[in-house]
Design a protein around this ligand. Structure first.
Ligand code: ACO
Length: 428
């Protein structure tokens, strides 16, 4: 017999179905509650609301577990590649050798972007933040591939949009950076694999040979795997919400890029570095900054600390902390902000304010330090996150479409004025 929950409102009892996920997560299905009782639920920030069922990513915040399609993030980060993980997320299973080869080749075939994209890029001043440029270039693909506007296309058409998204993202990202520098753009070199190709577009200068250090492209690949999906976070929920109106994949993902941009989400990796640099400039007085973070009259928060879901540790942060040590050692980089970051973590983890609120370093605390060691400029950190998150956004958009989910449209509780009479301007 299926389980139910009982809810009593003004002496009347309603029976609500209970939904159990494959990892025994339990949810009360309130989708019919308003029809039955006229009552809605209120949950600002969706802190306790499951907006969908999903078979892509499993996250257990209390126990620090993250799995893509059932595979642990630790194992994937150690043994897999970003392109393989992208295939896994999007299509549901690890690819066979031929499937992986085809996926890789298809992506390589579509890395070039239409030359007219350059005209759009030229319209941006070099002061434009690369995230804004990236979101715009991504959305512009609806114009170059108008067939993508048809939400009911055959699956081959959807496949092409997926391939184009994966293929062109690094090109757009590197071009957004070149625009900020005022430098000419580089075209994709398809002899290279995904990360090395991106790094060449980012860093190669005209008439100078460039080859990415394999230590750098491998580290980038690992970082992309760690960022590839994270179930219903702010940007992913945005992608699903926009996609639920049957908007195209390009406009849905462009919306996700904009959502990721904010400092409380993907923008945090940039903010972490700015914060650590400020602490170093300030003489390394960590206690002072911890006190600021705890002071409720001070808007400062310890960036890279705390997470809506992880209340024990963020498993990605553990992997990244170790990777930061490895990468900096391999590259022979000594960065004073790494020492400050470690001391800050150490002190915060022993402080009752952070312990009581279950605030731990999140994925962004150490990722910025690695990006810095790889030579990625700080304004590009969130763009790197977007490159990594792309397969997750695609997988979630595809799942939402395939499940034929209804348009996203939350309710509200109105707290404004009751009906009143219009007052003529002469009497106000
Ligand atoms: N520094 C100081 N205090 C904090 C921090 C922080 N980084 N994070 C949370 N708190 C405090 C809050 O002030 C609040 O205290 P109170 O109970 O005394 O009022 C309590 O901890 C709970 O915080 P909320 O903001 O309610 O937690 P929420 O789940 O809404 O927010 C968030 C999570 C946005 C990540 C928050 O921890 C934060 O702002 N962190 C810093 C920004 C950051 O690193 N973002 C990246 C997140 S990971 C990602 O998006 C990839």
């Amino acid at each position: 017999m299926s389980k139910t929950a009982e809810l009593s409102i003004d002496g009347k009892t309603y029976s609500l179905p209970i939904y159990t996920g494959s990892e025994n997560e339990v949810a009360i299905d309130i989708s019919k509650l308003r029809d039955q009782s006229g009552v809605v639920t209120l949950d600002p920030g969706y802190k306790n609301t499951g907006a969908t069922t999903s078979a892509i990513t499993y996250l257990d915040g209390d126990n620090g577990i993250l799995r893509y399609r059932g595979y642990s993030i630790e194992e994937l980060a150690e043994k897999s590649t970003f392109i393989e993980v992208a295939y896994l997320l999007i299509f549901g299973e690890l690819p066979g050798k031929d499937q992986l080869q085809r996926f890789r080749d298809d992506i390589k075939t579509h890395t070039l972007v239409h030359e007219d994209v350059k005209k759009i890029l030229d319209g941006f001043p070099s002061t434009a933040h690369p995230m804004g440029v990236l979101a715009s270039l991504f959305c512009s693909q609806t114009a170059f591939y108008p067939e993508s506007l048809d939400p009911n296309r055959a699956s081959e058409g959807v496949y092409m949009s997926i391939i184009r998204s994966m293929a062109k993202m690094p090109t757009f990202a590197a071009w957004a950076y070149k625009n900020a520098l005022g430098h000419p753009v580089n075209y994709p070199d398809n002899q290279l694999e995904y990360c090395a190709r991106f790094l060449k577009m980012m860093f190669a200068l005209p008439a100078e040979p460039y080859a990415a250090d394999p230590v750098i492209s491998d580290a980038m690949d690992k970082l992309l795997i760690l960022h590839a999906d994270h179930e219903q976070n702010c940007s992913t929920s945005t992608v699903r919400m926009v996609g639920s109106s049957q908007a195209s994949i390009y406009s849905s993902i462009s919306a996700g890029i904009n959502a990721l941009w904010g400092p409380l989400h993907g923008g945090a990796n940039q903010e972490v570095i700015i914060m650590l640099e400020n602490i170093v400039k300030d003489g390394g007085n960590i206690d002072k900054w911890i006190a600021k973070a705890k002071d409720k009259n001070d808007p400062f928060r310890l960036m890279g600390f705390g997470h809506r879901v992880y209340k024990n540790f963020d498993p990605r942060a553990k992997i990244i902390k170790k990777a930061a040590d490895d990468v900096l050692a391999k590259l022979g980089v000594k960065d004073p902000i790494l020492d400050v970051a470690k001391k800050l973590e150490d002190i915060a983890l022993r402080d009752s304010y952070f312990i009581e609120r279950k605030l731990y370093p999140n994925v962004d605390f150490y990722s910025g330090i690695i990006y810095r060691a790889l030579g990625i400029p700080v304004e590009m950190f969130t763009v790197m996150f977007a490159i990594g998150r792309l397969p997750g956004w695609i997988a979630q958009w595809k799942e939402m479409r395939e499940n034929k989910e209804p348009i996203g449209r939350p309710r509200q509780i109105y707290t404004g004025q009751k009906e009143r009479k219009y007052i003529d301007i002469s009497k106000r």
